[in-house]
Design a binder for this molecule. Structure first.
Ligand SMILES: C[S@@+](CC[C@H](N)C(=O)[O-])C[C@H]1O[C@@H](n2cnc3c(N)ncnc32)[C@H](O)[C@@H]1O
Length: 306
């Protein structure tokens, strides 16, 4: 990967399940360097990717970044390949939005939400605009795949953040972007590579998993476990952050994996009363302490060494 990537690169979208709260703990548990090739099959906002790029000891040489959400990957491609034109298209939209009164803002929001552009740059502009102005920065689609989040209430949203776009573009310069199921996205990983998996949460009570038309349920969690078993057999280092749900924890306990429960805070939930402190289960197929300068002691989850 590039040696001149700026340290300031960070997620340019708000994304449900984004790892801001847990980031230091995840970076501390990531190999140094983060593999010959770094794979992030559930990219979302890409918080760990940007953090690793900014860490001289962990910066991967290559990165394969994937998400099943086609619109999201279109935004990443536009940021990587065409940040100037993206900024040129966002600037007038930002000006119009900020100059409008509440009714005018809502009208612009819903008119943009109705659009179904095909041109990739227009898709990227629309999604960034909606992400910055919708309720809570949520991404949610209905069964027909149409974005259906209501208008948000931010007073002064930063729709165009030139510095963030430029920094992200540089960080992404050599990244391969893909839009496929996680199994295919990890198929090319070899011994010495590092895969970080952050699938949609399996809700402990109930919650938000609709980033795409297809929900990520127990079958997918099981498929992911088999995929991680396979990667482990092939000598790939894997870190998974997932729901502390008994079903998920049960799959990894009592085998070759190390389990930790880390305190995290969910910043995005469609219901405010479900936002707040929730643990996150972190599973690794290697000893994370071997990469850490000083790791905080792990909490309650049973830890099973190889
Ligand atoms: C918890 S979010 C990832 C958040 C990310 N770590 C961040 O920093 O923002 C999970 C992501 O997985 C994606 N996803 C859902 N099902 C998938 C699948 N079968 N294969 C690949 N990606 C999938 C969703 O579109 C969503 O962006």
């Amino acid at each position: 990967m590039t040696t001149s990537a700026p340290r300031a690169a960070r997620p340019f979208l708000k994304w449900a399940g984004g790892k801001t709260q847990l980031l230091d703990a995840l970076v501390a548990r990531s190999p140094r360097p983060a593999g010959a090739t770094y794979f992030e099959p559930f990219l979302g906002g890409g918080a760990l990717f940007f953090a690793l790029i900014a860490d001289p000891e962990r910066r991967p040489r290559r990165a394969v970044l994937n998400d099943l959400n086609r619109e999201l990957i279109t935004v990443f491609e536009a940021v990587r390949d065409d940040p100037e034109r993206l900024a040129q298209r966002l600037e007038p939209l930002q000006r119009r939005y900020l100059a409008a009164d509440d009714a005018g803002r809502a009208e612009l929001y819903y008119a943009t939400r109705e659009q179904q552009p095909r041109d990739p740059l227009a898709v990227a502009v629309r999604l960034i605009f909606l992400n910055k102005t919708c309720y809570n920065g949520l991404y949610r689609v209905n069964r027909s795949g149409r974005f259906n989040v209501p208008h948000g209430r931010y007073r002064n949203p930063r729709i165009l953040d030139c510095e963030a776009l430029t920094a992200a573009s540089l960080a992404l310069r050599d990244a391969e972007l893909r839009c496929e199921d996680f199994e295919q996205a990890c198929a090319g990983a070899c011994a010495g590579d590092f895969v970080y998996c952050d699938p949609p949460f399996l809700p402990v009570v109930a919650g938000f998993t609709s980033y795409t038309q297809a929900d990520f349920g127990r079958d997918d969690q099981l498929r992911l476990k088999w995929c991680i078993d396979d990667l482990t057999r092939r000598g790939v280092r894997v870190m998974l952050s997932d729901s502390p749900h008994d079903f998920v924890q049960g799959m990894y306990e009592g085998s070759r994996y190390r389990l930790e429960r880390l305190p995290a805070r969910r910043m995005i939930n469609s219901r405010g009363d479900r936002r707040g402190a929730v643990d996150e289960l972190v599973v690794t197929n290697y000893d994370p302490a071997s990469y850490a300068v000083a790791l905080a002691p792990a909490s309650s989850a049973k830890s099973s060494a190889k």
